[in-house]
Design a protein around this ligand. Sequence first.
Ligand SMILES: O=C(O)c1ccccc1NCC(=O)[C@H](O)[C@H](O)COP(=O)(O)O
Length: 204
Amino acid sequence: MVKIKFCGLKRIQDLEKAISLKIDYVGFVLYPKSPRYVSSEELKALVSLSNSVKKVAVMVNPDYQDVKKVLDIGVDLIQLHGEESFDFAKKVGFERVIKAFRVKEKIYISQEWRQVHAVLLDTYSQYLYGGTGKTFNWSIAEELVKNGFRIILSGGLTPENVQMAVRKVNPYGVDVSSGIEVQPGTKDHQKMEAFVRAVRSSLS
Ligand SMILES: O=C(O)c1ccccc1NCC(=O)[C@H](O)[C@H](O)COP(=O)(O)O
C-alpha cells in the first residue's frame, strides 16, 4: 500500500483528523519563513498527540544542534528540505532522514542517497522551499523508482490528480500540503478524506 504523508499541519483538529484517517506520516514545518511554521512549543503539543503515526520535522538547512533539540521533542524523522550535504544526513542518522530534492527540469541524485529512510521529490521554485502547489514532470520520479530509490512523490498533488500520479510513478509514498488546504496551515477535512480515498483506491 502506498504510504501517505500530510505535511504542514498546524492545528490540533487537523492532526486528529489525519490520525483518524490512519495515514502513515504527518509533517510539521519548522522553517520560520513558511506560513505553516510551528514553534517548538507548538511542536511539543502536536507531537504529544501523535502516537500512532510517524512524526516528521521539516527543516531547511538546519544546524545539527537544532536537529538534536527537535529529535529530543520526540519526532521520528527529519525531512531535510534545503541544500544539506550527504555528510550532514549521515551525522543525523540515515534511518532518521527523509531527504527532499526539488526538481527543475532534470535531476541527478547519487546512489549513496538510497541509504536514507526515503527521498522526497518536490517541485523547484525560486521563491519557496516547499508548499508550492505545483507538479513537476513525474517521469523523473518514475525513473528514480525504477532505479531502486524509495521515493515519496510530492509537489502539487491533490485528491484529483494523486491516483494518476500513483499509477504512473509507483512511489513508496505520496506527500501533500496545499492540495488539502483551505489556506496555508488550515487543512480541509473533506479534501483530506478525498485524498486518502483516492490513494487507497488507486491500485484496485
Ligand atoms: O510547506 C511549506 O511551507 C514548506 C516550507 C519550507 C520547506 C518545506 C515546506 N513544505 C514541505 C512539504 O513536504 C510539502 O508537503 C511539499 O512541499 C509539497 O507541498 P504542496 O505542493 O503544497 O503539496
